[in-house]
Design a protein around this ligand. Structure first.
Ligand code: SER
Length: 591
């Protein structure tokens, strides 16, 4: 069966049972800044689960593209994915447990529908906890359909309760359907811990609203919310060993074999991670999300970077991520047209991100390799230095260390991290008089951004530009500078672009104590020289410990500053104006 046949069958089955078909919502939820991505079909239906009338009625179904990263570590096995499609049906105060379960069973096992083997099914139902009783009703419905008692397990809230998506909202007990994918005969007794039992469908009985205070209130109506994994179901229907052998992945796997000149069967985990992550990244890019260091953009960045790193483990030396776009278009172009429409943007972003990351990776890896060559453990301080000096993502440091099977003290790293933050704050408190009015984290970010702005102003308007004053609070930075002419809109745009580029480059911020003479020799800017003592501290942005001269920004300053530009966010100039003759002022924010 093809993916399209499965999608169509599902919708037809529920349409015949009076469900209205809804279109898939976007991966980036519209009008909901509180969640990063659409993780389930029910996101867009929350108001209707809570009781509002849905214009299409009380029985709905759809195919929803979803993105989840909570199980990112499990990607690489036979079933876990970050991007997947979910087939779902909903009852908004209409039918309840009996119909929902009976229809799930019929769709999965009836000859005209999926015709799956009844003897390979197993079920979990909600077991009791302090507050809610065991879901005997669902278990009885399953038994009436012929599922043996031994194949029904009762599990707690962690496994058999779904929602709310955030802290509050609709939720309820669920019953999950598993299918045996092992080569041997399905065991008579169901053990949910055995990975050969793969969950394919979840039926949630949304009956409660969890309040912000943590209480569960009964909803005014009883709802059903189901979600079946398209890739997993397709794999079991076609007797395939994993989701990666389905038509929704094969073209990606084949392309990767061509690029890497290696065989999937020899490196299944690496191939699967790369295929999954780049597919997910391409879907996010198709909605015009850009990689960045915050929130949604950061997840996108992490997906691309993790895929690229696994590519390097397969010894792919060239920029390759963009080559996975063609197979994704081949698989999904007709179902999700945005991928085709925005293909130039997607390609451009993949190339840009991979190039940027390749540089970081090369530098960091060389150092990391050297460190681990001669030792069996890796100290938290060493990890911290790598993070600080090269903007090397902590998740990757941890992953590489795990692969090499050497000891690493994560707690020590975190302590080191905290210590550094505190040190840079206490060491500088009272020293910095250049306009920092508070020492909150936001203000510290603005302070580092001010250094970048100062440097970028000189890049664009000329070296004669000098700082005339600076003032920072938690809402914005204000920077006064000498300049005889009003900068043009293009020049301001260019300045903004440079600062953002530097932020994106994950530049480390390094502080060094030295004599004023040394600071000058290194080319540090120091504007109030007569005020400085013999020893000064200089902040370098973008330099390397042993070659600080090449740093992008060098400024005599008391601090405090962030450790790496990657925490700054997006820099935006909101105002440029004259303050007096020859002195101009910029106000800017970090978003
Ligand atoms: N919301 C449930 C899930 O995502 C059922 O759709 O599993």
């Amino acid at each position: 069966m093809t993916a399209n046949e499965l999608r169509e069958k599902f919708l037809k089955f529920f349409e015949e049972r009076e469900h209205k078909i809804l279109p898939s919502s976007s991966l980036i939820p519209e009008n909901d800044p509180t969640v990063l991505f659409t993780t389930a079909g029910m996101h867009s239906l929350i108001p209707f689960l809570l009781g509002e009338k849905h214009p299409a009625g009380s029985r709905l179904c759809k195919i929803q593209e979803c993105l989840r990263t909570d199980d990112i570590e499990k990607v690489g096995d036979i079933a876990h994915l970050t991007f997947f499609e979910m087939l779902g049906n909903w009852s908004l105060g209409d039918y309840f447990k009996k119909e929902a379960i009976e229809w799930s069973y019929e769709f999965l096992t009836a000859k005209d529908w999926l015709n799956l083997d009844k003897d390979k099914l197993a079920i979990t139902c909600f077991g009791n906890d302090k507050q809610f009783s065991r879901d005997e009703e669902s278990a009885q419905i399953w038994e009436n359909l012929g599922i043996a008692k031994n194949r029904i397990a009762f599990l707690g809230k962690k496994d058999n309760w779904w929602g709310p998506i955030n802290d509050a909202g609709p939720c309820g007990p669920d019953t999950e359907i598993f299918y045996w994918v092992g080569e041997s005969k399905a065991p008579e007794v169901f053990d949910p811990q055995n990975n050969n039992w793969v969950e394919i469908w979840n039926n949630v009985f949304m009956t409660y609203n969890k309040t912000k205070e943590g209480n569960f209130e009964l909803l005014q109506q009883k709802n059903v919310d189901t979600g079946m994994g398209l890739e997993r179901t397709l794999a079991v229907i076609n007797h395939l060993p994993s989701v990666f052998e389905t038509e929704l992945f094969l073209p990606l796997i084949k392309q990767l074999e061509l690029i890497s000149k290696k065989k999937y069967e020899n490196y299944p985990r690496e191939f699967r991670i790369i295929a999954d992550h780049l597919k997910a990244a391409i879907f996010l890019l198709s909605e015009k999300l850009e990689p960045s260091n915050v929130e949604r953009g950061y997840v996108l960045r992490r997906l691309i970077r993790r895929a690229v790193r696994f590519g390097r483990l397969l010894e792919i030396k060239e920029i390759f991520s963009f080559k996975m776009l063609a197979p994704v278009i081949e698989i999904y172009g007709n179902v999700y047209p945005l991928i085709k429409e925005n293909k130039d943007f997607i390609e451009e972003q993949l190339v840009k991100e991979e190039e940027k990351f390749s540089k970081t990776l090369l530098k960091g890896m060389n150092i990391l390799e050297k460190i681990v060559e001669n030792q069996k453990s890796f100290s938290g301080k060493q990890a911290f230095d790598l993070y600080q000096s090269y903007g090397f993502p902590l998740e990757l440091i941890k992953e590489i260390i795990k692969e090499k099977d050497i000891r690493f003290d994560e707690k020590e790293f975190e302590e080191e991290f905290k210590k550094h933050q505190e040190l840079s704050r206490t060491a500088s408190s009272g020293m910095f008089k250049g306009g920092l009015t508070t020492h909150s984290e936001k203000a510290i970010k603005y302070h580092t951004a001010t250094h970048l702005l100062h440097r970028a102003l000189r890049d664009v308007l000329g070296e004669e530009v000098e700082q005339r004053g600076s003032n920072i609070n938690e809402e914005r930075l204000r920077f006064d500078y000498s300049c005889s002419k009003k900068p043009t809109a293009e020049q301001l745009k260019k300045i903004e672009e440079i600062v953002n580029e530097k932020i994106q480059e994950n530049l480390s911020v390094i502080k060094k104590e030295m004599s004023l003479k040394e600071a000058k020799e290194l080319g540090a800017i120091g504007l109030f020289e007569d005020k400085y003592g013999e020893r000064v501290s200089v902040y370098f942005i973008g330099g390397e410990e042993n070659n600080l001269k090449t740093a992008y920004s060098k400024e005599i300053c008391g601090g405090p500053h962030v450790i790496n530009t990657n925490v700054l966010g997006y820099f935006k100039i909101i105002k440029e104006e004259a303050v007096s003759s020859g002195v101009r002022r910029i106000k800017a924010i970090l978003e």
